[in-house]
Design a protein. Sequence first.
Length: 205
Amino acid sequence: MSVRPGTPTLAGRGVAAVPVPRRLPLLTVGIVIFLGSELMFFASLFAMYFTLRAEHPSLWPPPGTDLAVLRPALFTAVLVGSSFTMQMADRRIKQGNPMAMRRWIWLTMAMGLIFLFGQAWDYHDLTGQGVTMASSAYGSAFYTMTGFHALHVTAGLIVMLVVLGRAATGAYDHGEHAAVEAATYYWHFVDIVWVALFLTLFVVR
C-alpha cells in the first residue's frame, strides 16, 4: 500500500506503514452541531409563518402591500455570490496563501454589507406602506424571520473580522485553518437559509 508523502504513519519492525486518519478539529465538529441547532430554530420560524398564513389566507399579505421581487432577487444574488467568495478564502488558506484568503474575506464582507443594505431598503419600503411589526400577523412574521436572519448575517461579519484579526498575527496556514473552515460553514448556512426565506416571503408569499 502506497502512502502519500507527508502523511503521518504508524510503522515498526516488520510492520507496514499505516496512515493515521486525520481527526476533525473540535471547532469544526462544534460548528456543525451548532448549525444543527440553528436549523431547528429557523425551521420553527418557517412553521410559525405557514401556520399564520393558513389562518389568515385573505390577509396574506395585507391588502395594499407591494412586495417588489426584482430588487430582493438582486440582493439575494449578491449574498449567494458571497458564499462562493468565502469558499475561495477557505481554499486559499488550505493552499497556504493567507494574503489571498484575507482578500477574499474582505470581498465577502463587502457583499454581506450590501445585502444588509438591501434588507434595510425593503424595511423602509414596507414601513412606508404601513407594514410594521405590530400592524398584522404578516408583519410580525416577516420582520421576525428576516430580522433574525439579519442578526445571523451580522454575526457572520463579526466572525470574519475576528478571523482577519487573527490572520494578521499569522494564526492561519495550510495546516491550521479550522476557524476559517468553521466561518465558511456558518456563512454557507446563512446563505442557504436566506434562499429559503426569499422563496417563501417574496416568491410563494
